[in-house]
Design a protein around this ligand. Structure first.
Ligand SMILES: [Zn+2]
Ligand SMILES: [Zn+2]
Length: 348
């Protein structure tokens, strides 16, 4: 089969790989679509901790496919069944797992990170992923390319959950990349009061406005917190999603918050760059709730699939390019260039 593999010399390249033959308890999914995200670009740069030099593995953790060879004994996955591969396979016995943080499992495994992923014609699904519930049947009628958004939507749903956004709230989104724009679409779908999007690039600000942002701000046009206070009659933001990996924005988000504001630090900062100036007194005096979120678990992915199925047209504008697997190199090039939102590799 054709695969786009991270090779031992730390480059991504096409290889002709043997077809995965499922053993007892396993099954094989034929890839239908797989989105490219920042994690994949990090892998392609040779900077991902799960892909040290010398690694040979196929990335792709946003995979959708059709079951073609089922040796699992689980009849829910008959050949022909369309499934999303929730990427993070948890052990369910470690302390984080037992407390509901399967996404932070101490024995973490994941498609496209520690196992071969979706940039290949076929994907081997190990028994652990099947028993752990990582194979999610796709709701009837949902387009399999749009379904590739399941994983990033799941991550955003997880980040938004502790913010408890209501129709009275003003939501501030810092960063209008795919994550920030998914947050915008979900917030408006749920009926948030007002959404402010902060983004340096003008075309992205225009896009955010087109997708429903009530106000867009350029954080370089002046102090971000002051700009937010100005457009909220001095009140500030009731909820904030920081979806840009820039340290100063985290402090800005705290300063831009209203009394009782909730903040999600969705983005991680480059390693070593996590110590940032932040006025802890504001958290105290305004009773702010500061939260973080990392990746997603199977329940988040199920919720994402349900949301996609209930409103498929809502998210489809985010997919701005698709490339067949045999042009995965061009797909990565397009994703790297930064003009696209979500680039999806398909079965052709
Ligand atoms: Zn991703
Ligand atoms: Zn665990």
């Amino acid at each position: 089969m054709l695969a786009y593999e991270f090779h031992t010399d730390s480059t991504l390249r096409f290889i002709e790989a043997p077809d995965p033959g499922p053993g007892p308890g396993e099954l094989v999914v034929t890839m239908a679509s797989n989105g490219i995200c920042g994690t994949d670009l990090k892998i392609a740069r040779g900077e991902h901790r799960f892909f040290p030099p010398g690694t040979s593995r196929i990335p792709g953790h946003e995979a959708i496919g059709i079951v073609t060879d089922n040796r699992s004994g689980d009849e829910r996955y008959a050949p022909g069944t369309a499934v999303a591969l929730a990427p993070n396979i948890s052990c369910n016995t470690c302390r984080p797992c037992r407390r509901g943080f399967q996404n932070l499992c101490e024995n973490y495994e994941a498609f496209g990170l520690t196992f071969n992923g979706g940039f290949a014609e076929k994907i081997l699904v190990p028994a652990s992923a099947i028993t752990n519930g990582n194979l999610l049947p796709i709701p009837q009628g949902l387009d399999l390319t749009v379904a590739a958004l399941t994983e990033p939507i799941a991550a955003v749903l997880r980040g938004l959950r502790p913010l408890n956004i209501t129709s009275d709230d003003t939501l501030l989104i810092c960063g209008a990349g795919p994550i920030g724009l998914i947050a915008l679409l979900i917030a408006n779908h749920r009926g948030v009061g007002k959404v402010i999007v902060s983004q340096t690039s003008a075309p992205r600000r225009e896009l955010a406005a087109k997708l429903g942002a009530d106000v867009t701000l350029d954080p370089r046009a002046g102090d971000l917190a002051e700009q937010v206070l100005e457009v909220t009659d001095g009140a500030g933001a009731d909820a904030t999603v920081v979806a840009t990996p820039k340290g100063t924005v985290f402090g800005d988000a705290v300063r831009a918050s209203a009394v009782g504001g909730r903040i999600n630090f969705f983005a991680g900062l480059p390693s070593g760059g996590g110590e940032i100036p932040l006025d802890a007194n504001l958290i105290h005096y305004r009773e702010l709730v500061v939260t973080g979120s990392t990746a997603n678990n199977n329940a988040d992915c199920r919720e994402a699939l349900d949301l996609l199925a209930s409103a498929p047209g809502l998210f489809s504008p985010l997919i701005t390019a698709t490339f067949p697997l045999n042009k995965a190199d061009e797909a990565f090039e397009a994703a790297r260039a930064g003009e696209h939102l979500k680039v999806v590799v398909t079965d052709g």
